[in-house]
Each structure stands twice: as C-alpha cells, then as structure tokens.
Design a protein around this ligand. Structure first.
Ligand SMILES: C[S@@+](CC[C@H](N)C(=O)[O-])C[C@H]1O[C@@H](n2cnc3c(N)ncnc32)[C@H](O)[C@@H]1O
Length: 263
C-alpha cells in the first residue's frame, strides 16, 4: 500500500501497481481544481479513474453520486479496492469505457471531469503490458485537428459530454499549457463551451521524458511554451528545452484547470 497526502493534507491509502498511473502533481492540481467549485449534491462522472483518488476525494465532499470510467479494464478492480478502503460510502460505480462510449443512455451528470492523457504521438493501448503509462489510446481514431497538441481525446470528450450534461452542468479538465493557452481556448470555442481558468500552476517537466515530439511540432511551425525558470519568465524554444533536459537542467511548463459550460 502507498500513502498519498494531497496538498490539503488529505490522506489516501492506495494500492498502486506498476501499470496504474501514480498520483502526481497533475493529480494534486486536479483535486485542488475540483475544490474551487461547488460539488455538493452533484452527480459526477470522471473520465480516467486511475487509482480512484478523485473518486475518494469527491465522495468525502457530500456529492450525490460518483461514476468513473477508465479504458483500461485492469485498473477498475484496483480503483474499486482503493475506494472501498478509503470511504464507507456506496454511492459510486465504475465502468470500463473509452470515454463515454459504454455509458448507459439514460445517465446524465452535473459535472464531467478528467485528468486525461495529453499525448500527441500515436501509442495504442496494450493492457497486457506491465507498464502502460502513456499507452492509452490511438489519437488518430478521433481525426481531430487537435491531435497534434495531444488534445484529440479531450476534443472527443467535449463532444460526448455535451450530450450527458444537465442544464447548468459543466466539464472540468486539467490541461497542459505546453502548446499555449490559446490552443486550449480554441478547443473549447470549437466545441462551443465557455472557457474559465480555475487554476494555473507551474510544473517541472520530468527529466526522463524526451521533448522530441515538441521539437518536431515546433519545426512544423507550432508555438511551444517551455521555461527555464520556476516563475516562467524565461521562455525558451522546445529545442533549447530539450538540450537543457539532456544536460539535466530543469525545465518548466504551465498547467491549467479549466471549467467549460456548453453555450
Ligand atoms: C493521467 S491518469 C489519471 C488518473 C487519476 N484520475 C489521477 O488523477 O490520478 C489518466 C487515466 O485515464 C485513463 N484513460 C486514458 N484514455 C482513456 C479513454 N479514452 N477513456 C477512458 N479512460 C482513459 C487511463 O487509463 C488512466 O487511468
């Protein structure tokens, strides 16, 4: 069992096998973002349950019900055990589904949230592999012009969510600003959602993860936003960011929690 304390000192006791996403800074900010909105008595759907940490956090907040989906069937028993171990409440359900595809037709929600992978390269899910981090979906199946920014999954999620949101319902996603805030605004605008930044933070980029796909995207004429300082004042090209990473220097980018409401 792993012990996980969120920034608010909330305690979670979690089973986290290798093939399940380990809660990290994104998760922390996702939890903090949810705390910015009123979830009391709300029916909530989460896209991408992972360890179930958001489920536990929400169930401790007097929501009416929680439904969580994940594309990886191996994750659901883990999430289920983690939820049972951290809360007595029973107003939750889990479902194996690619986004909202398998959700019963009659289900609707006040809030649909997600900390979904934002990965530009094609990397098809292989649930037999021990380490499936990042190998979640084939972005080309969505044929979205936002695939280049790793946002094809979110593009589809916005389309599907609109059909399941109640009046005054909204979506809440945590998104990286590595391609700039304007791209995120463009995505929400395309799908006719209002765009509201609930939280903005600065995250260090993992030194283990290559920035080659960003270098390529930059060479193809896209704007990329990396910084060499923790205040994000000194912006550098993706190429320079990658050289810094290789030399073991720190690189930073911005993270956003965005709320969107269908117009
Ligand atoms: C970055 S993890 C986040 C997990 C957890 N919510 C957290 O914050 O720690 C993303 C999760 O989304 C799931 N996922 C990826 N693509 C998905 C899809 N198309 N439909 C549903 N879940 C998906 C992954 O299996 C993974 O568990």
């Amino acid at each position: 069992m792993h012990e996980f304390y969120s920034k608010t000192s909330e305690y979670f006791s979690l089973e986290i096998p290798k093939y399940v996403f380990t809660p990290n800074l994104w998760t922390e900010m996702f939890l903090e973002g949810i705390d910015k909105i009123d979830v009391k008595n709300k029916d909530i759907l989460e896209l991408g349950v992972g360890t179930g940490v958001m489920a536990i956090h929400l169930l401790r907040k007097n929501i009416r019900s929680y439904c969580g989906v994940d594309i990886n069937p191996k994750i659901l028993p883990i999430a289920s055990r983690n939820i049972l171990c951290n809360t007595q409440l029973r107003s939750w359900s889990l479902l194996c589904s690619n986004l909202l595809d398998e959700l019963p037709l009659k289900k609707s929600f006040d809030l649909i949230c997600g900390c979904l992978p934002q990965i530009a390269q094609i990397d098809i899910i292989n649930t037999d592999s021990e380490d499936i981090t990042g190998k979640y979906y084939n972005p080309s199946q969505y044929q979205s012009e936002f695939n280049i920014y790793g946002l094809g999954l979110h593009d589809k999620a916005l389309v599907q969510s609109r059909t399941r949101l109640r009046d005054k319902g909204s979506v809440l996603f945590i998104l990286s600003g590595r391609y700039g805030l304007d791209i995120l605004i463009k995505l929400f605008k395309k799908q006719k959602y209002t765009f509201h930044v609930l939280l903005e933070k600065i995250s260090p980029h993992s030194k283990k993860i290559s920035l080659e796909s960003f270098v390529k995207a930059e060479d193809d004429g896209n704007e990329i936003f990396f910084y060499t300082d923790v205040t994000c004042k000194n912006r550098v090209s993706a190429k320079t960011a990658e050289q810094n990473r290789i030399c073991n220097n720190s690189i930073y980018y911005k993270l956003y929690v965005i709320q969107g409401t269908p117009e």
